[in-house]
Design a protein around this ligand. Structure first.
Ligand SMILES: [Zn+2]
Length: 184
């Protein structure tokens, strides 16, 4: 049976093959039902298949690239690779890269997130994504048009102030005010 036939359908969004249950079960057994990072025991349905090296960065579906994580750990990992995650949380995780012997509570991870920064590489990826998102949303011409419109609005408001202050009625009112001050 070839690898292709083994797959149980395709993801609707990405069109990528769904990782078979057999593979997930194999991972579940080898991890003894624990999240690979925090070490808490979870039922299989509450453990998510994570790509050690993210798919978005070119990682594959090979079983060596897969691990099961709980939702908070998977969210915390994000686009970081397993290596980057371990480098960042090295003070919590066992140095040999295995399931922690005793569970690590999420607040400890949270504190570590606040104290350590993502690698420059990961930050650059986030920055690029944000920039390309902005770029997709508004093309060059639209951005230029927006800038021109803002400039026109600014000039318009300046012109409005100049015109109203030179308006006869306004000048009259100013004169009255000045007179009143002098009299008072
Ligand atoms: Zn976890």
């Amino acid at each position: 049976m070839s690898r292709e036939e083994e797959y149980e359908g395709y993801h609707e969004g990405s069109g990528r093959p769904v990782i078979p249950w057999r593979i997930k079960n194999q991972l579940f057994m080898s991890q003894k039902g624990k999240c690979f990072y925090c070490g808490y025991t979870r039922r299989m349905r509450y453990l998510e298949i994570d790509h050690k090296y993210p798919v978005s960065r070119g990682g594959g579906d090979e079983i060596e690239n897969l691990q099961l994580l709980c939702t908070p750990c998977n969210m915390r990992k994000g686009i970081q690779s397993d290596e980057e995650f371990r480098t960042r949380y090295w003070r919590l995780l066992p140095p040999n890269g295995s399931v922690p012997p005793s569970p690590i509570p999420q607040p400890l991870f949270r504190d570590e997130t606040q104290q350590t920064r993502a690698s420059a590489k990961v930050r650059a990826i986030y920055r690029d994504r944000f920039m390309s998102y902005r770029w997709r949303r508004g093309s060059n011409i639209v951005l230029l048009a927006e800038a021109a419109l803002m400039l026109a609005q600014f000039l318009g408001s300046v012109a409005l102030v100049v015109i109203t202050s030179s308006f006869r009625g306004t000048r009259f009112l100013w004169r009255r005010l000045r007179q009143r001050e002098r009299l008072g």
